[in-house]
Design a protein. Structure first.
Length: 319
């Protein structure tokens, strides 16, 4: 686990010309008021209050912190498992020293440490909403568990989702109009690169609630917000988070028109979109850099299906 680095999502700034953009924002004691212009230049306004959230505070992934926490847990558990063995933490090497007058017990303890440490590392990642991940280049990495965060955030977003929902002659048309309206809304949220000093130290990420309340976000934060909203409004609608080098996109299982960007996985075709902004690109239209990466299959894909939240549904597909 220690050989894995954090997945770097620098988030391509989509700076193509756009007619729309956010025109106002206030957060008055949790009452959020947002004004923006859609891609057609029409003024839009929403006012809402989120439900109480259940998601704990999220932290930035730092290998040193994980290593410290895991080794301290090992030091607490080891004496209970091997009372005849003395364990101590060696700094700055950050390794365990194992001593005992009983050579067999010392050897047994040494064999116990590695699998137990791996188990504790996995538990630490889960506790803090991280997961092992295979990056688009095939390298092992650690990233935020975006799908889990989206699905565990959806209930608190219900008041906003109700306002974003649009009507249509058919259910499919209603969903298409809702996704288009939602995409406009999210793209208009000010973009901020959270990996930089202007955000916070470490690998940055904001939860869906934080994006809305702080009125800022980068690519994976905005993708997670949109996935959470759609999971709240349409639990049966299949989605896929698409990670390309330095960027994140969202795919939604909606009909595509000729020429629109799509991605096929496991028998499903996903219409691709760019929630990042600030350019308000419509569904099925990607920024040129994103299109090149998708077409060259430099990507990893994670399915999002709110009605099937289990370990098997959260694995990543990769070329």
């Amino acid at each position: 686990m220690s050989a894995r680095g954090a997945l770097s999502l620098l988030c391509l700034l989509i700076s193509l010309p756009a007619l729309g953009g956010q025109t106002s924002f206030t957060n008055s004691g949790g009452q959020l008021n947002v004004g923006w212009q859609d891609r057609e230049g029409k003024a839009q306004q929403l006012s809402y209050r989120l439900e109480a959230g259940k998601l704990p505070p999220l932290i930035a992934y730092r290998p040193a912190r994980m290593q410290e926490d895991v080794l301290q847990s090992l030091l607490q558990q080891a004496p209970l498992a091997f009372p005849e063995v003395q364990f101590s933490l060696v700094r700055p090497a950050m390794s365990l020293s194992i001593k005992s007058r009983n050579a067999d017990k010392a050897r047994e303890a040494s064999q116990w440490v590695k699998p137990e440490q791996a188990k504790l590392e996995a538990a630490w990642l889960t506790q803090h909403y991280f997961q092992p991940f295979t990056a688009p280049d095939g390298a092992p990495a650690i990233k935020q568990d975006h799908v889990r965060i989206a699905l565990e955030s959806r209930d608190e977003l219900a008041p906003l989702m109700e306002q974003l929902k649009q009507e249509g002659a058919t259910e499919t048309e209603a969903r298409q109009k809702t996704v288009a309206y939602m995409l406009d809304f999210i793209q208009a949220i000010p973009y901020q690169l959270l990996d930089s000093q202007s955000g916070r130290s470490g690998k940055g990420f904001l939860s869906p609630r934080q994006v809305l309340e702080q009125n800022r976000g980068d690519c994976d934060s905005k993708v997670t917000l949109m996935a959470a909203l759609l999971a709240q409004g349409y639990p049966d609608l299949k989605q896929a988070m698409v990670f390309v080098p330095g960027h994140a996109l969202l795919g939604v299982a909606l009909p595509a028109k000729p020429g629109e960007a799509t991605l096929s996985r496991a028998g499903e075709t996903y219409l691709l979109m760019e929630p990042t902004g600030p350019a308000q690109l419509p569904m099925g239209q990607l920024a040129p850099a994103s299109r090149v990466l998708v077409d060259s299959r430099q990507l990893s894909v994670q399915p999002v299906l709110a009605s099937q939240l289990d370990a098997a549904s959260l694995h990543a597909w990769r070329e």
